[in-house]
Ligand binder design. Structure first.
Ligand code: CO
Length: 136
């Protein structure tokens, strides 16, 4: 099996503090980390729920990918991330099957994880992310 878990579901938000307060108020969940990832132009907060996370994304600028997503779509689900043990073989498999990759090679994402994105036009109109996780 290529993926063994949903690592996170990411939601683009206008204001991270407001979104965190809303999730705390409605669902009584709180982030365990908050980090600015300059490579992706976002500040992200990771809220653990079961074995996965909700990842809240606030763009650093309107010109960033998440900033453009918000101007076009408003707040909402941005991508789904699958946990993989070996991101190179996962990417090799995706290439073999003709996937449209945004990242041909892994880059470093939040939490220091190696990640790669697959284009939303590749499958089901949804931006997919692979996150390499060594330990469950
Ligand atoms: Co993500």
């Amino acid at each position: 099996m290529l993926t063994y878990n949903i690592h996170h579901v990411a939601i683009a938000v206008e204001n991270l503090d407001d979104a965190i307060a809303g999730f705390k108020s409605r669902y009584n969940v709180t982030p365990i980390s908050r980090e600015t990832v300059h490579d992706q132009g976002v500040t992200e907060a990771m809220i653990p729920i079961g074995g996965s996370y909700v990842q809240l994304l606030e763009p650093l600028s309107q010109e960033s990918p998440v900033g453009r997503f918000l101007s076009q779509n408003g707040e909402g689900m941005h991508h789904i991330a699958f946990a993989v043990h070996d991101i190179e073989s996962a990417l090799a498999h995706l290439k073999e099957t003709g996937a449209r990759l945004i990242d041909e090679t892994p880059r470093v994402g939040g939490g220091g994880h190696r990640i790669a994105f697959v284009h939303p036009n590749d499958l089901a109109g949804t931006l997919m992310e692979l996150v390499e996780v060594e330990h469950d």
